[in-house]
Design a protein around this ligand. Structure first.
Ligand code: COA
Length: 461
C-alpha cells in the first residue's frame, strides 16, 4: 500500500481525499514550514523512511519530498510549491508528529494554490491501484498517471466522461477530451505510462545526498490485448490423484537425503543389443529396466534397502523383494511392483514389465500389482532429463530415479577420450533408517555391476 500525497488529506472508504481547507502550510512569508498534516484514522505519528531531497535542492510542485510510513500505509509526500528546500526536520527512521514541520521551503513569489481534484493520487487501500475521489458529490475513478495527465493539461476530471469499468476515467478519455478541445487527431495505438521506481534511501543531512527528483515518465507503445473469457474451474480430486495427495503428503514427513552418481552403461548397452533380438523372438520387449531391477535386488538386499519398510517405529524386514517402478500410464503416475524379484531372471522380469505396461496403457492395473512394493525405481530418463529428486513412497525407505542415457565423451583406463553411454542416478533414502555411507556403498556396487554386466552372471540365482 503506497500513496503519494500533496498537502492535506483524509481517509474515506479506504481512499485518500485531499482538502484545501485542511491545508497545514503556512503560506505567508518567503520560507514556509511544510507540516505533516492529519492523516486521519487516529494516526498521530509516522516514521520518515526516505528523503528524496536535501537542503538547497530546488523543488517544483509534485516533486517527491519524502516517504513516510504509518502502521497503516506508506505515503510519498510531494511538494506543493516551487521553491528551495531550506531545512529538513527529521533524520531517516525518525518519528514525525502530525502537525509538525517536515521541511522548510523558500517559495518563489506568488505560490499557486492547487485545487483538490488536481492533487489526489494513489488510494490508501485499493486492490487495482485505481483511485476514488469525491468532487462536489461526483465520484471519479482514475489511476494516478491519468490524474497527472489531466492535471498537466488543466483538465478537471469531473468534466471528463470515463469509459472504463464503473465509469473509470482512462488515459484515452483524457486524450479524447483534449483532442476535442484542441482538434488534434489521436494516434490509433494506446500508450501505457510507466512510472520509474522511487530512488534509493539516503540520509537527510549528508552533503553527498543526491538530488532525487522523479524521473520523467516513459511512454511505451503496447499492443491491444485480447479479451480473455476463460473461467476457473474447481474439480474434486478423485481416485489415484486423491491417493497421490495422501501418499505424497505422508512422504514429506520422511527426512530425505539425496545421493547422486554417474553410471557408464556402454557395456550394458552392447549386452542389451545382443539380447534384445533373442527376447523379441520370444515375444518380449527387453528394455534396460529388467537389468536395473535385477541388479538392485542382487546388492540392495545386503544394505537393508530393498525389503525394509518402516511402520510406526518398527522396521519390517520383508522376505519378498517387490520392486516398484514409477509408470506413466493413461491414468497418470502409478507404481506397480514386480513381485519376488529374488526369484526371477532378467527375462522373467521383462515379461512382468511388459504385462504391467500393457495393463497400464489401458488403465487396467489392479490392486494386486499396485500394493506390496518394498523399493521403487523411477525411470524418468525414458521421458527425458538427467537428474531428479525422487520422493520416497512410504513405508519404503529408499527410491532411485534414473536419468536419460546420453552418449558423452569420457576417459577410458588408458586416458583416451572415448564415446560412452552415461546415465545419472539419483537416490533418495530415509535418513532415519539409511545413512549416507550405506547408500554410497550400495550405489557403488550397483554401478559396478551395470558397468561390468558380465560379472552378474557369477552372482545370478
Ligand atoms: N535413457 C534412454 N533410453 C531409455 C531410457 C533411459 N533412461 N529408459 C528407457 N529407454 C528406452 C528403452 O530402452 C526403449 O528403447 P528401445 O525402443 O530401443 O527398446 C525406449 O526407451 C522405451 O522404453 P519404455 O517402453 O519406456 O520401457 P522401460 O522399461 O525403459 O520403462 C517405464 C518402463 C514404465 C518405467 C516407463 O515407460 C515409464 O513410464 N517411465 C516414466 C516414469 C515416470 O513417470 N517417473 C516419474 C515419477 S514422479
Amino acid at each position: 500500500m503506497h500513496e503519494r500525497l500533496c498537502g492535506s488529506y483524509r481517509l474515506k472508504n479506504g481512499c485518500l481525499i485531499f482538502n484545501d481547507h485542511l491545508l497545514s502550510l503556512v503560506t505567508s512569508g518567503p520560507i514556509l514550514p511544510f507540516k505533516l498534516s492529519d492523516i486521519g484514522e487516529g494516526i498521530m505519528e509516522v516514521t520518515v523512511k526516505e528523503w528524496y531531497v536535501k537542503e538547497g535542492d530546488k523543488v517544483s510542485q509534485f516533486d517527491s519530498i519524502c516517504e513516510v510510513q504509518s502502521d497503516k500505509a506508506s505515503v510519498t509526500i510531494t511538494s506543493r510549491y516551487d521553491g528551495v528546500i531550506k531545512k529538513l526536520y527529521y533524520e531517516v527512521d525518525a518519528t514525525a508528529l502530525v502537525g509538525t514541520p517536515l521541511v522548510d521551503i523558500e517559495t518563489e513569489p506568488g505560490p499557486e494554490v492547487v485545487h483538490e481534484e488536481d492533487v489526489v493520487e494513489t488510494p490508501a487501500m485499493s486492490n487495482d491501484e485505481h483511485t476514488h475521489q469525491e468532487i462536489k458529490g461526483h465520484k471519479t475513478q482514475a489511476t494516478p498517471a491519468v490524474r497527472r495527465l489531466a492535471m498537466e493539461n488543466n483538465i478537471k476530471l469531473s468534466e471528463v466522461v470515463g469509459t472504463g469499468r464503473d465509469g473509470r476515467i482512462l488515459k484515452e478519455d483524457i486524450l479524447n477530451f483534449l483532442a476535442k478541445q484542441t482538434g488534434a487527431i489521436l494516434p490509433p495505438t494506446p500508450f501505457h505510462e510507466i512510472q520509474p521506481p522511487p530512488p534509493a534511501a539516503s540520509a537527510p543531512s549528508s552533503a553527498s545526498m543526491p538530488k532525487m527528483k522523479p524521473t520523467p515518465s516513459v511512454q511505451l507503445p503496447v499492443v491491444s490485448r485480447p479479451v480473455f473469457t476463460g473461467k476457473d474451474i474447481t474439480e474434486p480430486l478423485k481416485g489415484f490423484h486423491k491417493a497421490m495427495v495422501k501418499t505424497m503428503t505422508a512422504a514429506l514427513k520422511i527426512p530425505h537425503f539425496g545421493y547422486k552418481d554417474e553410471v557408464d552403461l556402454t557395456r550394458l548397452v552392447q549386452l542389451r543389443k545382443e539380447l534384445k533380438g533373442l527376447s523379441e523372438a520370444r515375444g518380449v520387449k527387453l528394455s534396460y529396466m529388467p537389468f536395473f531391477i535385477k541388479l538392485i535386488r542382487l546388492k540392495g538386499c545386503l544394505f537393508g534397502l530393498l525389503g525394509d519398510v518402516l511402520i510406526c517405529l518398527l522396521l519390517l524386514h520383508q522376505a519378498s523383494h517387490n520392486i516398484g517402478l514409477a509408470m506413466d500410464t493413461s491414468q497418470g503416475l502409478l507404481v506397480p511392483n514386480v513381485k519376488n524379484v529374488q526369484l526371477l531372471s532378467v527375462f522373467e522380469i521383462a515379461v512382468e514389465l511388459n504385462r504391467m505396461q500393457t495393463l497400464g496403457a489401458t488403465g487396467q492395473l489392479g490392486t494386486a500389482d499396485l500394493t506390496g512394493g518394498t523399493f521403487t525405481l523411477s525411470n524418468i530418463g525414458s521421458i527425458g532429463g538427467t537428474y531428479a529428486k525422487p520422493v520416497i513412497l512410504p513405508p519404503e525407505v529408499a527410491i532411485g530415479a534414473l536419468g536419460k542415457i546420453q552418449v558423452l565423451p569420457r576417459f577410458n583406463s588408458r586416458d583416451e577420450v572415448v564415446k560412452a553411454h552415461v546415465m545419472n542416478v539419483s537416490w533418495s533414502a530415509d535418513h532415519r533408517i539409511i545413512d549416507g555411507a550405506t547408500m554410497a556403498r550400495f550405489s557403488n556396487l550397483w554401478r559396478d555391476y551395470l558397468e561390468n554386466p558380465a560379472s552378474m552372471v557369477l552372482d545370478l540365482k
